[in-house]
Design a protein around this ligand. Sequence first.
Ligand SMILES: [Zn+2]
Length: 160
Amino acid sequence: MKVTKDTVVKFHYVLKSDEGDIIEDSSKSDPVALLFGHKNMIQGIEDALADKEAGAEFSVTVKPEDGYGEYLEEAIQRVPAKHLQGATKWKPGMVGVVNTEQGQRQVTVLKVGKFMLTVDTNHPLAGQVLNFDIKIVDVRVAEEEEISHGHAHGAGGHQH
Ligand SMILES: [Zn+2]
């Protein structure tokens, strides 16, 4: 079976930076279960998985525009310290969560003041060229419930 819209594809991946450093590696846990064709993953990965079958192993390089976007200077913002969740004492480099109109967002702390923090709201991988080594473990037809929820269920997917 090929990866097409409304299939669930399970795959392992290793994500490396352009310098070759490993950023993420799924091999220590369950393979990722992705409901394909529902924009649950960056475009570069969906494009790479399309029409592949179980057993396929391949590498793909994803540019920022097909990944987590370009790095935006204007995404650096000052926020009141009380709005940042995840710790009580902040230091530059720590990652916290702020609630925005688009939902929760991970931010990286750049500067710490008494009441205000300077944070970077860019995705940590924004602006980076991403190199994925992918191995497809399984492809199956999605269940109706998964399609109506917009995500895969079970190990590697949503558990609820
Ligand atoms: Zn669900």
